[in-house]
Design a protein around this ligand. Structure first.
Ligand code: FE2
Length: 336
């Protein structure tokens, strides 16, 4: 009955034209349909992954979480009933709109609309990216991750863990409190940041080649004000990424090289190195928090905190030589 992946995300926006250009020509998604005030985008063999509705306000729309099949959806619904969580069965028309076989709809304590679905439709038409990228890392890891804001972490922790079945990957409390949850080997499919507000903090998609991220960064540098967080690497999910401001004024993280967790044996931990190993200057933080984050990165550097790259078959070529000093310096290295 457990959730398997983040299947799709829906948004409401005042700027459908801007979103169409941003998602396709910048992020590299494939615009498949833009009619009746809605734009839909592909990232892989799924008929749609991102759905953007024109609206009079910018707001999160919905988050589609996938279970294995009809029996798993029924079991999930029964578990919600046991916990006295209100939900509605999706209509036939809604399932068709979402391009899934069936779904239920509920809301989390922060007011986010969650849809639990099964049977997402695929197509054999090849994926044609909106700009020339290698492709998105999706499949059993899902479409990426959503990081949501909350007034207080305690408002959502128990709901997501004890009722929805998300597993805590890790967390940190400085320079801001953030909790990360997995449902598959992707380090996190959802995370919460305590900002005192609600809504989307950022969404993240991951490409298969690091060059896709670097080339996206070059595009962003043509309008430097769209960069919300500079290029850097996270300590916990180990992703190399940068963040840009989406047309809805939340951030979109564009990343490469995320780690995969051994889900069966994973034990939640506290992240001691802070949010980033290096880089990731966050323009959205207060001056004080930015300084604190920078000090943590400098400490990581002084401690020789390094993490090998997470590569996949086809996106790396092993060099023939070795790093002569890596083993020799090991005893002095700390992990944050
Ligand atoms: Fe992220």
């Amino acid at each position: 009955m457990s959730l398997q992946t983040l299947g799709y995300i829906g948004l409401r926006t005042k700027n459908l034209e801007d979103w169409s250009a941003y998602a396709s020509r910048f992020l590299g998604m494939q615009l498949v349909d833009k009619s009746r005030g809605t734009a839909t985008f592909r990232m892989d063999d799924r008929k749609q992954r991102l759905v953007v509705h024109e609206s009079d306000a910018d707001a999160p729309g919905f988050f589609g979480w996938e279970v294995a099949d009809a029996a798993a959806l029924d079991a999930y619904a029964a578990n919600l009933e046991r916990h006295k969580v209100a939900f509605a069965r999706g209509t036939r028309a809604l399932a068709e709109e979402r391009k899934v076989r069936d779904l239920i709809v509920l809301h989390d304590p922060a007011g986010n609309r969650l849809e639990v679905v099964h049977g997402a439709e695929t197509t054999t038409d090849p994926f044609k990216p909106g700009r020339s990228i290698s492709g998105f890392r999706t499949g059993p890891l899902g479409m990426g991750h959503a990081v949501l804001q909350c007034e207080k972490i305690d408002d959502v922790l128990s709901f997501y863990q004890d009722i929805l079945g998300f597993k805590l990957s890790d967390y940190f409390t400085k320079p801001f409190a953030a909790y990360f949850f997995h449902i598959n080997p992707r380090h996190h499919s959802v995370a919460f940041i305590e900002t005192g507000k609600v809504g989307i903090h950022h969404l993240m998609v991951e490409t298969c080649f690091l060059d896709d991220v670097g080339q996206g960064y070059d595009l962003a540098l043509k309008n430097p004000e769209m960069i919300a967080t500079t290029f850097g690497r996270h300590c916990n999910d180990q992703v190399h990424s940068f963040y840009s401001w989406s047309p809805s004024k939340f951030m979109f993280e564009y990343g490469w090289g995320g780690r995969t967790l051994d889900v069966e044996n994973w034990k939640p931990e506290v992240v001691t190195g802070g949010p980033s190993l290096w880089g990731h200057e966050r323009y959205w933080l207060t001056e004080e928090q930015r300084n604190e984050a920078r000090e943590m990165r400098i400490r990581n550097a002084e401690n020789g905190f390094r993490i090998p790259l997470n590569v996949m078959e086809g996106n790396y070529k092993q060099a023939r030589d070795v790093c002569p000093w890596w083993n020799a310096t090991a005893p002095a290295r700390k992990t944050g």
